[in-house]
Ligand binder design. Structure first.
Ligand code: ZN
Length: 204
C-alpha cells in the first residue's frame, strides 16, 4: 500500500504559502509507516518547531490500474475518507530552499492521519462539491470544497497512474484548502466530511 499526496491543489492555499499555481499536479508520497489511525494522539516530533496541520479528503483505490483515462477514473474508487497531512513546515522550507526532496518534512512517522471510517461516494448528495472542515479546539480553521480543486479527483487519478500503478488500498491525499496552521501540545483536532465526524484526537 502506498500513500500518494497532492500539493497545491487549492488556489487559495497555494497563495497563502506564496507558491505558484501549478500547471500539473504536485505529487509526493509518504511511507505506510506514516499512518496514524483510530484517533490516536499525535506527538509533535522534536525535529520541528513549526508543525502544521493540513486537512485533506482521502481517496481509497479499489481497483488495479495504470494509465487510467480521466473519464474512467471514477471506476477506481467508491469511498472517501478524511485525514491530515502533518507537515514540519520549518524543515520543509529548509529543504525547498535547497531544492531537496520533502520526505523528511512530510513522510515522518504518524504524519498521515486517516479516518477509521470511509463514506461511500454514492451516499454523497453532490459528487462535484464535496465539503469538509477541520476544527481546532472547537473553532473552524479549514473549510474545503472539492469544487475548488485545481485538479479533480479523476484528473489526479489519471495523472498519478501515468507514473505509478495504482493498487487496491492505495490512498490519495488530495491536497489542502487554505487555513493551514501550527499545532501545539494540548490542541484538539476534529475533522468533518459533509456532516459526519471523521476523526477527533489530541496533540501531545
Ligand atoms: Zn498536504
Amino acid at each position: 500500500m502506498k500513500i500518494i499526496c497532492i500539493g497545491r491543489n487549492y488556489r487559495d492555499h497555494a497563495r497563502e504559502l506564496n507558491n505558484e499555481i501549478p500547471e500539473e499536479p504536485v505529487i509526493f508520497m509518504k511511507p505506510d509507516s506514516a499512518l496514524l489511525r483510530n484517533n490516536e494522539p499525535f506527538y509533535i516530533p522534536d525535529f520541528s518547531n513549526d508543525l502544521h496541520y493540513e486537512c485533506e479528503l482521502i481517496v481509497r483505490i479499489n481497483r488495479l490500474g495504470k494509465n487510467i483515462e480521466t473519464r474512467f477514473a471514477h471506476r477506481y474508487f467508491d469511498e472517501l475518507g478524511l485525514g491530515i497531512d502533518f507537515t514540519a513546515r520549518d524543515l520543509q522550507n529548509q529543504l525547498k530552499a535547497k531544492g531537496l526532496p520533502w520526505e523528511k518534512a512530510k513522510g515522518f512517522d504518524r504524519s498521515a492521519v486517516i479516518s477509521s471510517e470511509f463514506i461511500p461516494v454514492e451516499d454523497l448528495s453532490d459528487r462535484e462539491s464535496i465539503k469538509f472542515q477541520l476544527k481546532k479546539n472547537g473553532e473552524v480553521v479549514q473549510q474545503g470544497d472539492t469544487a475548488n480543486m485545481l485538479f479533480s479527483i479523476e484528473e489526479l487519478i489519471g495523472e498519478i497512474s501515468k507514473f505509478f500503478t495504482l493498487k487496491i488500498g492505495d490512498l490519495i491525499y488530495t491536497g489542502t484548502p487554505a487555513g493551514v496552521g501550527p499545532v501545539a501540545i494540548g490542541d484538539r483536532l476534529e475533522g468533518f466530511l459533509e456532516d459526519k465526524k471523521m476523526f477527533d484526537f489530541e496533540i501531545k
